[in-house]
Ligand binder design. Structure first.
Ligand SMILES: Nc1ncnc2c1ncn2[C@@H]1O[C@H](COP(=O)(O)OP(=O)(O)O)[C@@H](O)[C@H]1O
Ligand SMILES: [Mg+2]
Length: 256
């Protein structure tokens, strides 16, 4: 099982879009996938077609230890499972602090879960929920928009990862950096993208997710883009990302 936290403390960079569509694409490639919604906004939950009413119990009850992961995870029609979230999760931030192993709640809940991939959609903040995501993860996948402040934000994130590694989760790696909402016409985008490749080398995925309106439309139909418009550039990009990821993992295993 590979657990990936999809994280970036900036909002609106494509975390949720990546979480939902990568989950669908990995499932399409034959993997057993669990998508965990760790954001009280619940966008990954609704984006995967789960209505707020269905979404009970949620990741909130799992974090508090009231129900097991197996009881709360829901199957979707898109071939992957979802551990949903709703507004109630905002309260967990404070409530978890009182509990034992407060940073390890999600990791403990994931023990022996029957999946090839667990994708955690993190909230746009470095709070106790995100810490639980980073502690549960083997690696982080960082979606980013190639714009002026992106690299600055990235160095804050890298510092946070160092702290988590030093104190809570020594095995946490960077799985990859994903360029999202890419506009090849912008010179600034190209410059930032180049900087990214210089700093992070092969950690930067070759696959680039273009700005594509179908990706923005799909969530309002409660579908990953693969089920909404399979031939769109967005769907093709996330399929290519899943394939690139699987190819890298197979290669690394072969090398190990
Ligand atoms: N590649 C893309 N092309 C067009 N719109 C996108 C793309 N990726 C994300 N969006 C849209 O941008 C907004 C922010 O994306 P989202 O995935 O919710 O970011 P985050 O989870 O980081 O806050 C959403 O409205 C989403 O539909
Ligand atoms: Mg989000």
């Amino acid at each position: 099982m590979k657990v990936l936290a999809i994280t970036n403390q900036k909002g609106g960079v494509g975390k949720t879009t990546t979480a939902v569509n990568l989950a669908a694409s990995l499932a399409h490639e034959g993997c057993r996938v669990l998508l965990i919604d760790l954001d009280p906004q619940g966008n990954a939950t609704t984006g995967a077609g789960i209505t707020k009413r269905e979404a009970l119990p949620t990741v909130y009850q799992v974090l508090l230890g009231q129900v097991g992961l197996g009881e709360a995870a829901l199957a979707t029609e898109f071939g992957f499972a979802v551990l949903p979230a709703n507004r109630e999760l905002a309260g967990a931030e404070v409530e978890i602090i009182e509990l034992e192993r407060r940073e390890f709640r999600l990791r403990d809940a994931l023990k022996d879960a029957p999946y090839d991939f667990v994708l955690i959609d993190c909230p746009p903040a470095l709070n106790m929920l995100t810490v639980n995501g980073l502690v549960a993860a083997d690696a982080v996948l960082i979606p980013m928009q190639c714009e002026y402040y992106a690299l600055e934000g990235l160095s804050d994130l890298v510092e946070t990862l160092k702290k988590v590694r030093a104190h809570l989760n020594p095995r946490l790696e960077i799985e990859g950096l994903l360029r999202t909402m890419y506009n090849p016409q912008s010179t600034l985008t190209q410059q930032v993208s180049g900087e990214l490749e210089r700093h992070f080398g092969r950690k930067v995925y070759n696959t680039i997710v273009p700005r594509n309106v179908r990706l923005a439309e799909a969530p309002s139909y409660g579908k990953p883009v693969l089920a909404f418009d399979r031939s769109s550039k967005g769907a093709q990009a996330y399929l290519a990302l899943a394939q690139e990821m699987l190819g890298r993992l197979a290669h690394d295993e072969g090398a190990a």
